[in-house]
Write a protein that binds this ligand. Structure first.
Ligand SMILES: Nc1ncnc2c1ncn2[C@@H]1O[C@H](COP(=O)(O)OP(=O)(O)OP(=O)(O)O)[C@@H](O)[C@H]1O
Ligand SMILES: [Mg+2]
Length: 151
């Protein structure tokens, strides 16, 4: 059913578990993996005017996102899957939806929560916006839910 599975990573534990679910699904479906991470300049820079310090902060976050994507692509390759990744700049939910559309993904896998949110909320804002906007199935993974149940 699934030929290409998009995964959204923000470096959180929850998104890492979503990646594992996506890898399992991709293996079962013989699907390709398309992995993305989005750096939101507004969160980093806010309303402060551009300066060498904010430029450096942005560059650091992009480098961090690139390392995250490289590690995830390597993990997928090690599992015998075809995979590639991209880092995008912009509003995370918009960029994830655009990435899924552009890559022709037929499913999106992500976490219920990410790096910044309050776990008491049912869903983080990025997860909620992607669920609202997606034209394909979205698999949302709650932290701890993908771990094997101890007997
Ligand atoms: N910048 C991002 N790039 C890629 N994926 C992201 C990004 N931010 C969030 N995600 C994806 O969305 C999932 C849910 O994160 P979300 O940001 O919605 O929750 P949160 O950080 O707990 O709350 P909020 O951001 O609303 O404060 C993450 O597990 C990840 O899969
Ligand atoms: Mg977040």
């Amino acid at each position: 059913m699934f030929r290409k599975i998009a995964v959204a990573l923000d470096g959180s534990e929850c998104a890492g578990e979503a990646l594992d679910v996506a890898l399992t699904l991709a293996k079962a479906e013989c699907a390709e993996m398309a992995i993305c991470s989005v750096v939101d300049p507004l969160v980093i820079v806010g309303t402060t005017p551009p300066s060498p310090a904010t430029d450096q902060l942005l560059a650091d976050r992009e480098a961090e996102a690139r390392r995250l994507i490289e590690a995830a692509v390597e993990k997928a390759h090690a599992a015998g899957l075809k995979a590639y990744g991209q880092v995008h700049l912009g509003l995370p939910s918009d960029e994830i939806l655009r990435f899924a559309k552009k890559t022709g993904a037929d499913a999106i896998v992500m976490g219920t929560h990410g790096r910044s949110g309050l776990s008491r909320l049912f869903l983080g804002s990025v997860a909620e916006a992607v669920l609202h906007g997606a034209r394909c199935p979205v698999i949302v993974v709650r932290e701890g839910a993908a771990k094997p149940v101890a007997s």
